[in-house]
Design a protein around this ligand. Sequence first.
Ligand SMILES: *Cc1c(COP(=O)(O)O)cnc(C)c1O
Length: 401
Amino acid sequence: MKLDHTPPFKRFLNTNPYELFKNVKTPCFVIDEAGLIYDGKILKDVQDKTGAKILLAQKAFSNYDVYPVIEPFVAGTEASGLYEARLGKEEMPDKEVHIFCGAYREEEFDEILKYADHLVFNSVNQFKKYAHKAKAAGKSVGLRINPEHSTQVGHDIYNPCAPGSRLGVTLPAFIEGMDEETLKLLDGIHFHTLCQQNSDDLESTWNVVEEKFGPYLSNLKWINFGGGHHITRADYDRERLIRIINHVQDTYHVQVYLEPGEAIVLDAGYLVTKVLDTFDNHDYHIAILDTSAACHMPDVVEMPYLPPLYQANLEGYNYKMRLGSQTCLSGDVIGDYNFEKPLKEGDMLIFGDMALYTTCKTNTFNGMPLPDILFLHEDNSIETLASFGYDDFKYRLGRRK
Ligand SMILES: *Cc1c(COP(=O)(O)O)cnc(C)c1O
């Protein structure tokens, strides 16, 4: 299948988004059905060519109203804990539910067993504590391993293979803890070491997994490659991914799972915002927006990254403006962008690639309102999925009255 890139704003090649969004209340998130389908088709193609199963990692995106759009393209959902497992079971009930959690709470475990089909444990200790019970309930159980092979440079916050990591069982811990009896219970292994990466990093990771854990792989039923695979990105080498999956499945007779979050909703959302004020600080031209990096797109600050902005940074555009928020946090700046001409009060701005790690990470710091969540259908009609107000700010802080 030949697929050209969907740049974040390809949707607007024949549609004027300022016109399309002229009546929406800002700030708001807009989830793009066309983007979800574009990504979904790529993921379906990989599954069709390999027999691998792809799960939606809900921590990246869990706007369940649009799960019916995603569902035909995935085998199920992946959860980071009880709530996400329940959400996956409730909102994609006919599909598989997988869960990985840093450590499970005793009082939650029985409820988790109601929702999850596959349970992945983060330590030998936790595996020994819960695996029997899970198997007795008919579940499949696995261990997250840590191959200790770092493929990311520069941001350890997203590197589970960094020294001292709490995520995944290292080979020495595996050898020491997994006695013969315990090994018999093990249905699968899981590794999650990538973040926005290509399949060359998956390949080097797999080679280390095979080298270190090779003797244990043949008795497994499944191997879960985790998330962080940027499969739907234009320059992602899908042929290599397909080769790796086929190699693993043919060699070890296992079912391969992948659980990307980002790739499933890449470039499938926007954040629409308006300029509230503009002024200068010496040589800097500042615009204050009605959105906030810290509250509405925290990864911009955390990761950090510069989100794509419609009609900015184009060739010949050289009026630089710093876009920031209403909040009192000095660092609540989205970034510096070049425009054709100075922005003015009331101008609409449209940030791209805003479906992932946004709607599920918002907060109301500074009393900032939560952006409404809209759904842009393929036919350009717009549906409001959720709208928020003062109550959403207040009642997460105290008694409802
Ligand atoms: C974060 C995470 C994912 C999804 O990662 P993406 O970078 O969004 O693809 C999948 N599995 C686990 C265990 C994770 O922690």
